[in-house]
Design a protein around this ligand. Sequence first.
Ligand SMILES: CC(C)(COP(=O)(O)OP(=O)(O)OC[C@H]1O[C@@H](n2cnc3c(N)ncnc32)[C@H](O)[C@@H]1OP(=O)(O)O)[C@@H](O)C(=O)NCCC(=O)NCCS
Length: 338
Amino acid sequence: MPERISVAGGELASLDLFDGVETARLGPLTELLSSRDYGAGEVLLRQGERGTTFMIVLDGAVAIHRTLGAVVTDLGRAERGAILGELSAITGEPRRASVVAASPVRVAIGGRRSFDALLAIPGVIGQLRALAARRLAEIATTVPVDLGHEPAIVLRPILAHDHDQVAAAIRSQPQEWIYSRFFSGGMPSNAIVDYLTHVDYLRHFAWVVARAETLEGVAIGRYIRLREDPNTAEVAFGVRDDLRGSGLGTLLLGALAVAATYAEIDRFHAETLHENRAMQQVLKKAGAHWAFGDSGLMETTFAVADARSVIPDAVASALGAVAKEIVTGAGLAPRFPL
Ligand SMILES: CC(C)(COP(=O)(O)OP(=O)(O)OC[C@H]1O[C@@H](n2cnc3c(N)ncnc32)[C@H](O)[C@@H]1OP(=O)(O)O)[C@@H](O)C(=O)NCCC(=O)NCCS
């Protein structure tokens, strides 16, 4: 056990995590935390170990990595203000990644009671829910899906580092494709590509279909909850031009429905051009009825449960195993709704 050295309230108040929180509100948490110093190269958290303590980095930087068989995946660095070990604190499950000091590091350490005190601080649950969803997406395994024809494919959640690949893929599509997808002729701005790739998995979720061999992305399907009705989400798809018509749109529709079910989304909404028969046909498989909307586009709203049935049960359950934790923020979302 680390030697108990108290953490000063002011030290926590200056962290971005507690931006806008009065120092007095941090009192109960501060009293329960202790601090500890680590030398560069020391292990703060070890993958596979059980433990419900969490840490807040007060100074220095740490490197996070995950090992699967012989493959070590670098999950980036975290610095002052970062929370570590929160997934085990939430779920009680073994650590899913290892954290090593990349420089001399000082952290605040807490256990279950401190974690409850942390969750009670205004604004923190939202940040933790988003952090848990992002970390789970980053470590998610790819799901192989056998559509019975080439190329062999896998599905995985979209990640922020897909940005450049997505921008390049859109740029290489024909004009008609870009118009069908974005209802405008020009290449979407960098800000829009950012929006499409930096998703929070709770309000906005996206699956990437990638070739199994090269892991090159070939299609994306996403849903975005409607602000005015969070149980309804708008869906959109993009399948690389040379692979259109090979069932990927249908697969993505079913895959989105699997994720949406865990996110308590009941209905999907979609809009498309009158001439986009392929899009209309894919959604008709889920019972969608299309009609002209006020915008001049074709619109439809249909049940997520019907969309779920367009893919085989075995595929749905494999996808569900990956999606469930992510779209619920490791279970924080249902306990503390958006
Ligand atoms: C729309 C899109 C996502 C559909 O994905 P996809 O992988 O091609 O779809 P699928 O292969 O699963 O299914 C396509 C269905 O449309 C049918 N279809 C294709 N073109 C058609 C047409 N001109 N008329 C009628 N049906 C058509 C296919 O026969 C197939 O139906 P089936 O399975 O009953 O035979 C894809 O074509 C695409 O990315 N288009 C460009 C971007 C876009 O339009 N996005 C949608 C707006 S958000």
